[in-house]
Ligand binder design. Sequence first.
Ligand SMILES: Cc1cc2nc3c(=O)[nH]c(=O)nc-3n(C[C@H](O)[C@H](O)[C@H](O)COP(=O)(O)OP(=O)(O)OC[C@H]3O[C@@H](n4cnc5c(N)ncnc54)[C@H](O)[C@@H]3O)c2cc1C
Length: 421
Amino acid sequence: MTAVDIIRPGEPRYRQVQHVYSARGAPAAVARVRTPAEVPEALAFALDAPGPFAVRSGGHGISSIATNHGGTVIDLGQLNSVEYLGRRRVRLGPGARWGHVARQLAPLELAISSGDSGDVGVGGLSTTGGIGLLGRRHGLTIDHLVSAEIVTADGRYHRVSETENPELFWAVRGAGANFGIVTSFEFEAAAVPAVVHTNLAFAPGHLPDLLQRWGQVLEDAVREITAFLYLGQSFAQATVVFAGDSIEAASRALEPFTGLPGVAGGTSQRTSYATVPMTTGAPHTGQQTARTRTGLVTHIDTDMAVRVAEMLASGGTDMVHIRSVGGAINDRAPAATAYAHRHQNFSITAVSTGPREVFDAAWEPVHALMDGMYLSFETQHTPESVHEAFPAPTLQRLRKLKDRWDPHHVFTQNFDIAQRP
Ligand SMILES: Cc1cc2nc3c(=O)[nH]c(=O)nc-3n(C[C@H](O)[C@H](O)[C@H](O)COP(=O)(O)OP(=O)(O)OC[C@H]3O[C@@H](n4cnc5c(N)ncnc54)[C@H](O)[C@@H]3O)c2cc1C
């Protein structure tokens, strides 16, 4: 007998919890925890039950691993609190969504850079990195993490911070899912009274030219600027955020972007950061089942620009997202967190709903130029991808910690660091 709320097939509310954003599922049980104290019990229940188990916070992961067929899901969606602790400190539950977090912090003129989607959950993003639209000014989401509480494989709670279990704190910031279930996160938010939020549409005559110029303009931009470029078969558009409240300074910083080839229109407004992450609040029905491939790169040189344009033109991918990293993200040493990629300036992600072989063939020439990878944008969890996500010294350190904190390999669902090619 368990006190945890177990939802099983056949109950009317089961339909609301069986699927996630990127997959339809049919778990035998969903253990919906109501307080952090119930997490050890939910874990024991999942480990006793037959079949696989999954951990779910927002359920908005790109890979489809937060549900399953015939196993158990530990659902943390109700642990969605946002508590202001004073002095810019904020405690978040893993089930809170980033759009909600941004709206709660806006009246305090505070923000935590997260990502471009407000539907994404705190738990998944804060255990891997957090590449957001304030990134070049304020770093990754995990760079603002001050402490966390985690239930490890033995069912025990641990507080992690620079002074409490510091090695586990290091591992949580990039490879968290390999070490346990994080039940709360304490962040130091940044003072962000306002931002200047610009959307640009392009009708590029020659895509490689736009891509190369885009890369150069971004690398040269002041750190207040962070920008994401989205390319499809018939569109190219960008979101550019200036992390400051001076319209004049923003206009100066934006000039090189509005001067890019093929700019066909745009809007710009001074606004609260809370309006930046796109939030739909739509229920999860497995509505987005695309595959993704992703990698990081330092420069978008001619070769890379041509290969990305050819990949799109081949029809082997439906969309490409180019997110800026760099700036403050690269102020941290590679060994500071388990997310170790601290010299690259761009994250490039291809998205496909077509056949896998066609997608793989289209991606390979781009992949060949990649230098590392952010695991949250990747749907393929092979041993090779684990090596791309974690450089050798990071992986070695993570594996040692795995032996200590999860010797029986309970947490293997998300980029299992024990896998070897
Ligand atoms: C439309 C869209 C846009 C995105 N944009 C960005 C972006 O701009 N920047 C960015 O960085 N990311 C972005 N992401 C990726 C996103 O950050 C990750 O997919 C993240 O894992 C989603 O978090 P979640 O809590 O909703 O995940 P879930 O689907 O709930 O969980 C995914 C996996 O994360 C692990 N996990 C979740 N919660 C915990 C926990 N509490 N403790 C330990 N492990 C846990 C588990 O392995 C789980 O299966 C985007 C995703 C989507 C779908």
